[in-house]
Design a protein around this ligand. Structure first.
Ligand SMILES: [Zn+2]
Length: 334
């Protein structure tokens, strides 16, 4: 546990130092990976539950990696600015990373993002890890894939206007993906049904990305309209001296009332996108395992460990069927 706390502190410190926003925030990414474990079939669920803490915590590592190891290649993996690729409606997009590399130069791809193609690459690696029954790789790549699928469900990760910078709405990214779920997510329903096999992964990835992109306009417009009709002195949270409160990442905090009004105006979009990400994560993990020939995962752990976790798994699984996640504590950002 101590080690976990230390790790959280480390992640928070790095992110704070860089003043960045983490896609979906810790709250979102951790809920996505955690809930996905329960949607897996029996034959996978025991193994993933044995390592649920790892899979949950690692969900934010792809964002942290950008800064901790200064991996410049990491940035473009988290988004795609579809408008840059589709300058005319109906423009076709490359289907694979290889096709993308043949059509665009590295600089263009780096700037405009490669999320859909990169997810496919991680999926292939995960399938191979299942085939080889490499425990550490299975867990690491599963957690990573859950992160990128989470990003793909965040509409602003598919748009050029990713922080509302083109429409005078700077700060909307973190407002949507961190403040809203942190303040209103307690009652979200995380029961998403059982994982299903995805016969055409490429098609599914593009369905997710395109669906997500279609929401970007609504996301931005609802906030813009609310902002225009709202008493401007009540939009941000203020301290006793009347100054706007900033969170630990130096982002402006919106007032609870304003956040609530926007959350209502979005008609469940935040919850729907998070639930979509949970489903997709479980579906992709399951599909990788099936494509790998359904390897037995139970022998990757000591039988005693699985046995020890049995009772808790039963309790947590029952709770998830009711839409809730057991004992979830997160270091919030807002
Ligand atoms: Zn990300």
């Amino acid at each position: 546990m101590k080690k976990h706390l230390f790790r959280y502190a480390l992640i928070a410190a790095f992110v704070a130092a860089c003043g960045v926003f983490i896609s979906w925030g810790t709250w979102g990414h951790q809920h996505i990976n955690h809930a996905a474990v329960f949607a897996l079939p029996d034959s996978m669920r025991h193994f993933f539950y044995n390592h649920i803490d790892f899979v949950t915590e690692e969900s934010v590592i792809p964002d942290v990696r950008k800064y901790t190891i200064n991996d410049k290649a990491e940035f473009a993996r988290h988004y795609i600015d579809l408008e840059s690729y589709q300058t005319n409606p109906g423009d076709s997009l490359p289907l694979t990373m290889k096709d993308a590399g043949a059509r665009y130069d590295a600089k263009f791809l780096d700037k405009n993002g490669i999320l859909p193609w990169y997810m496919m690459e991680v999926m292939q690696k995960l399938t191979k890890a299942f085939q080889d029954k490499k425990k550490a790789e299975i867990l690491f790549l599963s957690a990573d894939l859950g992160h990128y699928l989470g990003d793909a469900h965040m509409p602003l990760h598919t748009s050029l206007n990713h922080d509302g910078q083109l429409t005078n709405q700077r700060g909307i990214h973190a407002f949507f993906e961190s403040q809203l779920p942190e303040q209103f997510g307690a009652n979200y329903n995380f029961y998403t049904g059982d994982a299903v096999y995805i016969p055409d992964l490429q098609k599914e990835i593009w369905r997710i990305v395109n669906d997500s992109h279609r929401l970007a306009d609504t996301l931005l417009l609802t906030e813009r309209q609310l902002h225009a009709s709202y008493d401007t002195s009540k939009i941000y949270l203020k301290d006793a001296a009347g100054n706007v409160v900033k969170n630990k990442y130096n982002q402006w905090v919106h007032s609870y009332e304003y956040a609530k009004a926007w959350h209502d105006a979005l008609h469940g979009m935040v919850e729907r996108q998070l639930r979509g990400a949970v489903s997709a994560t479980a579906n992709f993990w399951y599909t990788a395992w099936v494509n790998a020939g359904r390897p037995n995962l139970d022998d990757l752990d000591e039988p005693a460990l699985t046995e020890r976790n049995k009772k808790n798994l039963k309790r947590d699984y029952k709770l998830w069927r009711k839409g809730q996640l057991f004992g979830f504590k997160i270091d919030t950002e807002f």
